[in-house]
Ligand binder design. Structure first.
Ligand code: ADP
Ligand code: MG
Length: 489
């Protein structure tokens, strides 16, 4: 198990506090239609163009549960190693806001569709298990737009009724780094499953972040504050750090912490109080009389279980076994399904280990540089595998391979063609190399003498000369061997 690896906690010289974090993640269900209506859910549509009478809460309109969204939630629950509840209930969570025309949100309260589960995080100092408390289905609200007009607030109901999964963790997280790993893991699992696209810029994945602090070693939890609706990992980390320090300051001043709801101001990098924490009874939760309890057949759950793709944890184990990767490499290469597919295609056609090294090095650096992901990589998996094989077979050196790589990025050509047409093949013919080396040694008799007299540093000089003469194409290993042999003679 991972020890608490917080390097943050928390700017206190004696480091005697611990931060405790629990997340309520809102993940938008990947679905073309909403949870209780047939309206579309496309991102970026013109305001109020994806709104049915149900979403606008016209009197008398009745919600009809979307079976596809229910299946998506079950799949996600299975992916979180969680208990699927065969009976769950939709409740009304009552509050008033302009972008909530029903006057209540349909959510699940006492009986959620998914119960306890767990996810495993790979931290630098070992694995860490994070408990899942529950996952429930609920509808999103609309959006109030305050910054288009000085006098008026506009309301866009496109999001109204969109299906969300709220995934509630146990208060098991202990540092901003663990929070980052947790969000990435959830996103990875849901993207493998195709149940949420995980796009944080578009708001498909956001979280309420609950933070408390306590003396290290204490068994009791401190009072928590909940930071609402944070939509980037970076902001979550900044908010936690700020909030933990604020709470420690209060404790050190002998004050107590009020349980409250706060927001994170990304411009000022601070959290601010919004309101004191509302209790569940303030929402007057009650079962929605328009919806029957949701009952699931065991067969449906079993069928969905069978239909699931291989998930990151299993794939990681397989990559270690099948391709001889270490845990770190396997972790990186399974993080996104598309990356793992690309790697497997390359590994089947070339050296598995070298392929991993070159993918995680040069390929990722290039994609990162160009702001691309693997699905629109300018280098196809097949061409990349050819490049790896050319290095492995000794046809080209690692140094030349970098040049070939650059040209592949620009031209999209295959490496064989580039190597041929530019005459970049490595010189690996011992006779040719010997000829070149002899030429250099006879030109530098003085240095040869110095070398033989014990100035061994000069070896590098000779290698450099051979490389220069060969235009960088001399096989480095053979060059070393032959040089050693000839310098002895
Ligand atoms: P609510 O709706 O009142 O916020 P939930 O049960 O939905 O309650 O969510 C509570 C969240 O707060 C969970 O993620 C839980 O892990 C977390 N949490 C509970 N107690 C603490 C605490 N003392 N410190 C930090 N997080 C906590
Ligand atoms: Mg909450």
């Amino acid at each position: 198990m991972s020890k608490n690896s917080s390097k943050y906690l928390i700017n206190r010289k004696d480091n005697q506090y611990e931060v405790v974090i629990g997340l309520e993640v809102h993940a938008q269900v990947l679905s073309e239609s909403k949870l209780f209506s047939a309206s579309a859910t496309k991102f970026g549509a013109e305001p109020n163009t994806q709104v049915s009478l149900v979403d606008a809460a016209f009197p008398g309109m009745l919600p009809v549960i979307n079976e596809f969204c229910v299946k998506q939630a079950i799949k996600t629950g299975i992916g979180l190693n969680a208990k699927i509840n065969k009976r769950s209930v939709f409740d009304r969570k009552n509050y008033f806001y302009a972008d909530l025309p029903q006057g209540y949100q349909i959510s699940q309260f006492k009986d959620p569709i998914v119960g306890e589960g767990k996810v495993i995080l790979d931290m630098p100092d070992g694995q860490k298990e994070v408990g899942i408390e529950r996952l429930h289905l609920e509808q999103d609200a609309g959006k109030s737009i305050h910054d288009l007009d000085p006098q008026n607030t506009f309301v866009d109901l496109n999001r109204s009724g969109v299906a969300l999964m709220e995934i509630v963790s146990k208060p098991d997280l202990r540092s901003p780094d663990e929070v980052s790993a947790y969000i990435k893991k959830l996103r990875s699992i849901m993207r493998y499953l195709g149940t949420c696209d995980g796009n944080m810029q578009e708001g498909s994945l956001r979280a309420d972040v609950n933070v408390s602090v306590r003396a290290k070693g204490s068994k009791e939890f401190g009072t928590r504050c909940e930071i609402k609706n944070v939509n980037s990992i970076k902001f979550m980390q900044m908010a936690i750090e700020y909030e933990a320090n604020r709470q420690v300051d209060l404790i050190e001043e002998g004050k107590s912490i009020d349980q409250e709801t706060r927001l994170f101001d990304t411009k000022k990098n601070e959290t601010r109080s919004m309101r004191s924490k509302e209790d569940a009874h303030d929402y007057r939760y009650f079962p929605d009389p328009d919806l029957l309890p949701l009952k699931l057949e065991q067969k449906l759950i079993d069928d969905l279980k069978k239909s699931l793709p291989e998930l990151p944890d299993n794939k990681k184990e397989r990559f270690i076994q099948e391709y001889g990767l270490n845990s770190y490499e396997a972790n990186v290469l399974v993080s996104e399904k598309e990356i793992s597919d690309y790697y497997e295609e390359v590994a089947k056609l070339s050296d598995k280990k070298l392929a991993a090294t070159w993918m995680m090095g040069d390929l990722f650096a290039m994609l990162n540089d160009k702001g691309l992901n693997i699905s629109n990589s300018p280098i196809s998996a097949k061409n990349f595998a050819e490049l790896v094989q050319s290095i492995k077979s000794g046809e080209i050196s690692g140094r030349i391979a970098k040049e070939v790589f650059e040209i592949m990025v620009e031209s999209g050509d295959n490496p064989k063609k580039i190597i041929e047409s530019k005459g970049m093949k490595q010189q690996s013919d011992p006779k040719e190399l010997e000829k070149m080396i002899n030429e250099i040694l006879s030109k530098n008799k003085d240095k040869v003498d110095q070398y033989k007299a014990g100035k061994e540093k000069l070896f590098g000089f000779f290698v450099g000369q051979v490389m220069k003469l060969s235009g960088g194409k001399a096989n480095p290993q053979l060059t070393n061997e032959i040089l050693k042999k000839l310098l002895k003679g």
